[in-house]
Ligand binder design. Structure first.
Ligand SMILES: Cc1ncc(C[n+]2csc(CCOP(=O)(O)OP(=O)(O)O)c2C)c(N)n1
Ligand SMILES: [Mg+2]
Length: 331
C-alpha cells in the first residue's frame, strides 16, 4: 500500500474523496462542453483540463464561508468548490438567462457569483489581480478575517497588473494569495518565450513575499502550500506567491488548433501525468477508494452532468429587451 500523505495534512479520507469528486466533476463538465460546442450548441469553451488538481487543492485549503476568490477563466475547480453548481456552469455555457455569472450576456469562463464570494472578472487578462489586492486592503481596514485568492496564467504574470498588485500587497502586508497556474503555454507561445527567469515564483522576492513552485498535478501539495499561505495572511504576515506547474491538456480554447504549434507527442506525454488519473491512482493505492466507490463517484458525476446539460439546454435565453440591464441605469 502506498504512503498515506493526506492524514499528515489533517485531511480525512472523506475529504480527499470529495476533492477527487470535485476534480472529476470539473473534468466531465468540461468534456461535455467540448462535445456541445462541436455539435454547434454552445458558442465557446475554454478548458480547465489538466489544472483541476491545482484548482481544487487550492480551493479546499480556503475558508469557503469567508474568503474571496478571483478566479480566471480556467478555474472551474475553484468555482465548483466555492458553491457554483454544474447547472450554473452549463447555463453559462449555453448563455442562458438564468446563468448567475452574467445572465447569459458574457462569454463562458467569466465567473462571478456574489453569494459565493466569487468576484466577477473582465476579459483583459490579469485585471483580477489588483481587484484581489483591493478587497484584501478593504478587509484589513475593516479588520475582517478574510484572505483573497487570485489566479492567473504564467503568460498573464507578465502583465503590469500582476506586478503592481503584488508590489502593493507586499508593501501593505495584505492577505492575498497570488496563484499562478503555469500550464506551459500562453495560447501558442511556449514558456521559454514568455519568461526570462526560471520560475514565476522567483518574482516573489521583488515584492517582499515568499514564493513557491509546486507540482500542480498533485492536489495535496497545492493544498498544503495554500493552507500555509492562508494562515500567514490571517496572521497579518502578508501575501504569498504560489506557482503550480501543470500542462494545458486541450487547445487554448474551442477556437484554437494546437497542432500548429506543439507536437502531439508532447501532449500525449503530459497525459500520462493527468491529475485525474494520478490522484485516482493515489486514492486506490492508499486504500481510500475501492472500485465500488470509484463507480459510485463516476455515476454521481455523470448524473449531475447530464441533468445540468438537459436543464440548461431547455432553459430560456435572456429577453432581448433586457440587453441593456446592468449597462445603463434606465433606457
Ligand atoms: C490584456 C490581454 N491581452 C491579451 C488577451 C488575449 N488572451 C486571452 S488568454 C491569453 C493567454 C494567456 O495565457 P496564460 O496567462 O498563460 O493563461 P492560460 O490561457 O495559459 O491559462 C491571451 C493572450 C487578453 N484577454 N487580455
Ligand atoms: Mg499559460
Amino acid at each position: 500500500m502506498a504512503e498515506n500523505r493526506h492524514h499528515a495534512l489533517d485531511l480525512s479520507d472523506e475529504k480527499v474523496l470529495e476533492m477527487y469528486k470535485t476534480m472529476l466533476l470539473a473534468r466531465r463538465i468540461d468534456e461535455r462542453m467540448w462535445l456541445l460546442n462541436r455539435a454547434g450548441k454552445i458558442p465557446f469553451v475554454i478548458s480547465c483540463q489538466g489544472q483541476e488538481a491545482a484548482q481544487v487543492g487550492a480551493a479546499f485549503a480556503l475558508d469557503i464561508e469567508k474568503d474571496y476568490v478571483l478566479p480566471y477563466y480556467r478555474d472551474m475547480g475553484v468555482v465548483l468548490t466555492f458553491g457554483m453548481t454544474p447547472k450554473d456552469l452549463m447555463l453559462s455555457g449555453f448563455a442562458k438567462a438564468e446563468d448567475p455569472n452574467s445572465g447569459g450576456r458574457q462569454m463562458p469562463g467569466h465567473f462571478g457569483q456574489k453569494k459565493n464570494r466569487i468576484v466577477t472578472g473582465s476579459s483583459p487578462v490579469t485585471t483580477q489581480v489588483p481587484h484581489a489586492v483591493g478587497i484584501a486592503l478593504a478587509g484589513k481596514m475593516e479588520r475582517k478575517d478574510l484572505v483573497t485568492f487570485v489566479t492567473f496564467g504564467e503568460g498573464s504574470s507578465n502583465q503590469g497588473d500582476f506586478h503592481e498588485g503584488a508590489n502593493f500587497a507586499g508593501v501593505h502586508k495584505l492577505p492575498v494569495i497570488f496563484m499562478c497556474e503555469n500550464n506551459k503555454y500562453a495560447i501558442s507561445v511556449p514558456i521559454e518565450k514568455q519568461l526570462a527567469c526560471e520560475k514565476v515564483s522567483d518574482r516573489a522576492i521583488g515584492y517582499g513575499m515568499p514564493g513557491y513552485t509546486v507540482n500542480g498535478n498533485d492536489p495535496l501539495e497545492v493544498y498544503k502550500v495554500v493552507k500555509e499561505a492562508a494562515a500567514r495572511g490571517r496572521r497579518g504576515e502578508g501575501p504569498s506567491l504560489i506557482e503550480t506547474i501543470s500542462y494545458r491538456l486541450t487547445p487554448h480554447s474551442s477556437d484554437d488548433d494546437d497542432r500548429s504549434y506543439r507536437a502531439p507527442d508532447e501532449v500525449a506525454k503530459a497525459k500520462t501525468q493527468d491529475p485525474i488519473i494520478t490522484f485516482g491512482a493515489y486514492l486506490k493505492e492508499t486504500g481510500v477508494m475501492t472500485d465500488e466507490k470509484e463507480k459510485e463517484i463516476n455515476d454521481l458525476v455523470m448524473t449531475l452532468v447530464n441533468e445540468a446539460t438537459d436543464y440548461a439546454e431547455n432553459a430560456p435565453y435572456a429577453a432581448p429587451e433586457s440587453a441593456m440591464k446592468y449597462v445603463y441605469e434606465g433606457m
